[in-house]
Design a protein around this ligand. Structure first.
Ligand code: NAP
Length: 247
């Protein structure tokens, strides 16, 4: 039993964690639709990397916060490959601010991309999974969505919302052989973490028992496992991949 030949749509698959997930699933023989919003070159780079190893991939542009754009993107994948078996809701943004200073735009931006984007992509992909009675929906959330973090109330709320959403959808579609799970990374070495101040990085490191930031592969490996046949009895779960961090 393998997922060779299945089709995955990875939102925000062009950079960071999403790119690592794309490369990992491609290694398992999965055809990869690499979603991006603005950076077409980065998405094309991932497509080329997959093709160089003999895999199949295409870049698909859509702002996940826009339902019409998501519907068009899903149609593009279905027209090309006839289905979507694995959806990875990875696209996400941060825009940190203490609540007292947080504007409505900043709140809306983060919640619409992270939470509404997950709703848009899941709803658009689910119909096909239900019909074929097999599916994997995996959302990349954050330990911040489990524990909260000062200055990140919008981000934490969006990620906590995705967790509750996943657990609910897991119950709705369990009988159709579709699993719905979330992976909660701690601090992972990506551009988001590179932009943190040295003092803040040091503070975070002091809270990670493994004494290192995670790698994008640490997250991709867990997503790869949850997408596999072997993980078929795991649903409605949130799995932390965080080196033991306590925020
Ligand atoms: P990243 O390097 O900033 O990459 C973000 C990706 O999302 C890019 O491919 C970007 O595409 C895409 N994206 C952003 N907004 C989008 C939108 N509206 N529609 C479609 N695509 C959009 O981020 P990352 O650090 O890899 O994070 C990936 C996920 O992991 C996020 O959900 C994040 O919250 C979560 N996470 C990250 C960490 C961490 O330490 N890095 C920790 C916990 C959780 P464009 O470049 O084309 O805009």
């Amino acid at each position: 039993m393998s997922i060779d030949g299945r089709v995955a749509l990875i939102t925000g698959g062009s950079r960071g964690i999403g790119r690592a997930i794309a490369l990992r699933l491609a290694r398992d023989g999965v055809k990869i639709a690499v979603n991006y919003r603005t950076n077409e070159d980065a998405a094309k780079f991932v497509v080329s990397a997959v093709k160089e190893t003999g895999g199949e991939a295409m870049a698909v542009c859509a702002d996940v916060a826009q339902s019409a754009a998501v519907d068009d993107m899903v149609k593009q994948v279905l027209d090309s490959w006839g289905g979507i078996d694995i959806l990875v809701n990875n696209a996400g943004i941060i825009h940190d601010s203490l609540l007292m200073r947080m504007t409505e735009d900043v709140w809306d931006d983060v919640v619409n991309t992270n939470l509404k984007g997950t709703y848009n992509c899941t709803k658009a992909s689910l119909r096909h999974m239900v019909r074929q009675r097999w599916g994997r929906i995996i959302s990349v959330v954050s330990v911040v969505g489990l524990e909260g973090n000062p200055g990140q109330s919008n981000y934490a709320a969006s990620k906590a919302g995705i967790i509750a959403f996943s657990r609910s959808i897991a119950k709705e579609v369990a009988s159709r052989n579709i699993t719905v799970n979330a992976v909660a990374p701690g601090y992972i070495s990506t551009e988001i973490v590179a932009d943190l101040s040295p003092e803040f990085k040091e503070l975070i490191m002091s809270r990670i028992p493994q004494n290192r930031f995670g790698t994008v592969e640490d997250i991709a490996n867990m997503v790869g496992y949850l997408a596999s046949e072997e993980a078929g009895y795991i649903t409605g779960e949130v799995i932390r991949v965080d080196g033991g961090i306590e925020l």
